[in-house]
Design a protein around this ligand. Structure first.
Ligand code: ADP
Length: 460
């Protein structure tokens, strides 16, 4: 990666990592607070159910006056005779004293909202004085009602243990007294963490999605940077290639021009014609190459839409083969399995694709090679194929997936002996895709290469 790209990537990576750590921490905290919440609610439910149990158990001992329409509690007080002032609450403090003291019940009204609290307190106090066996199933059913009221669906198992027994980790415990005996009621639930996770699934889920999105964006950004760098590198290679390609024809044109202009060869009509012929051939080639490059740009911009015409593919291939300069040291065969049948297609695309594949086969296979071109009907009869195979040097398996990439050329050290821009195959692939077709390649180093273009038949 380039330095400034590296800086951008690392800054983004640190930011993304911080977000991920923060999100993970936040999700963990959300889980902890949901768990604490559950513990608190369960503890409250347990305490309330024990209170309710004791109020029920001590029902007969609770003052009836609390059930009156104006609830009250009577307090026995020691009063000073004559003044009527209360002197003490406990009659035992004046036991044995003679008048002027007298005992008197004083009623105190209890506000309705404190009646249940008063019952609860009196029941607790009474329970410490009245030894009765604690019935766990009764507490359990009250506890279940309380949990349902709190909206807790987790199942708890209650246990009655002697006071002082330490509750197991994660268990909820509260004390209960009966007479002189004290106990601990514990509530134990298994699978608490699954329950808490389910209950807090919304915040934790959102965090998880944010973590995935952040990590995904980072990965996406990294891959964009890498592909941009690859394109930049390939473009530089392309410019180098094209400069090299132009140098040779320019040098030849320059020497022909100098020979005619400076060294007086123009006086010799025979030589003049020869130089002009050479120049015309070179200019023609340059013109074709420029046209090919412009073609690529035009198709990419969508400025050259697909034009479907009823044509004979065999005619197109024959004219492409004829247009190629003869190569005495190579054999080129063409077989048309389509015969003289016509298909509805874009002839310019077929011509460009065929030219590129046959030209490549000739360029890369070298002297003595055999090149076979064939038109076939696919086994399923719903498409037709153009197959170009050669017995040239083949392509290494490591490079095979890259040859359809723009500007890619199989590396041959610093120097490319065979001229090219590395855009032919990528252009062919794009063009064939416009016809809903595809191109595949099979190659074995040292054995040869076969390109197959498959195009579905089209009907208007
Ligand atoms: P170029 O202009 O370099 O020929 P292409 O896109 O047409 O660009 O081809 C990409 C690369 O694939 C070539 O540089 C060459 O290394 C390899 N290649 C293409 N056709 C053949 C073939 N028939 N035999 C061996 N190598 C080939």
């Amino acid at each position: 990666m380039k330095k400034n790209n590296q800086a951008v990537f690392y800054t983004a990576a640190i930011t993304a990592l911080s977000i991920i750590i923060f999100q993970a921490y936040w999700a963990y905290n959300a889980y902890l607070s949901a768990r604490n919440n559950l513990y608190e609610k369960t503890l409250q439910a347990l305490e309330k159910s024990i209170d309710a149990y004791q109020v029920n158990a001590m029902n007969t001992l609770l003052p009836r006056s609390l059930g009156d329409s104006v609830p009250y509690l009577s307090v026995l007080q020691v009063m000073q005779s004559g003044t009527g002032h209360p002197v003490a609450l406990d009659p035992r403090s004046v036991a044995g004293h003679k008048a002027p003291y007298q005992l008197q019940f004083t009623p105190y009204n209890i506000a309705p909202q404190y009646v249940s609290e008063a019952r609860r307190l009196i029941a607790r106090a009474a329970a410490t004085l009245s030894p009765r066996p604690v019935t766990l199933p009764a507490i359990d059913s009250l506890f279940k009602q309380q949990l349902a009221r709190q909206g807790i669906t987790l199942h708890f198992a209650l246990a009655l243990l002697p006071a002082g027994t330490p509750a197991a980790k994660g268990d909820i415990a509260t004390a209960i007294t009966s007479g002189a005996a004290s106990y601990v009621v514990t509530a134990h639930a298994s699978n608490t963490w699954q329950y808490v996770l389910r209950e807090s699934s919304a915040p934790i889920g959102i965090s998880f999605i944010l973590i995935l999105l952040t990590a995904g964006s980072l990965w996406f950004m990294g891959s964009i940077i890498r592909s941009q760098e690859k394109i930049a590198r390939l473009k530089t290679e392309f410019v180098n290639n094209i400069t090299h390609e132009l140098r040779t024809p320019i040098a030849i044109l320059k020497s022909a021009n100098e020979a005619l202009y400076q060294f007086g060869e123009s006086d010799n009509p025979e030589k003049t014609r020869r130089y002009l012929k050479i120049s015309a051939g070179i200019l023609n080639n340059l013109d074709k190459n420029v046209d090919r490059l412009l073609d690529v740009a035009r198709y990419e911009d969508g400025r050259m839409p697909v034009k479907l015409v009823e044509v004979r593919p065999a005619d197109i291939i024959n004219s492409v083969i004829e247009s190629l300069p003869p190569h005495a040291a190579q054999t080129l065969t063409f077989h048309s399995g389509l015969g003289t049948a016509t298909v509805l297609t874009d002839p310019h695309i077929i011509e460009t694709a065929a030219f590129n594949l046959i030209d490549n086969a000739r360029k890369y296979s070298g002297d003595g090679a055999t090149i076979q071109v064939a038109l076939l009907r696919s086994a399923t009869e719903n498409s037709w194929q153009l197959v170009v195979s050669d017995n040239g040097p083949g392509i290494d398996a490591a490079h095979l997936p890259l040859i359809f990439d723009k500007f890619f050329r199989v590396p041959t050290g610093d120097l490319h002996e065979i001229k090219g821009y590395g855009i032919g195959l990528s252009h062919v692939k794009q063009l064939i895709a416009l016809l809903q077709g595809n191109i595949t390649v099979k190659s074995k180093p040292g054995k040869g290469t076969t390109f197959t273009i498959n195009i579905p038949f089209r009907h208007e």
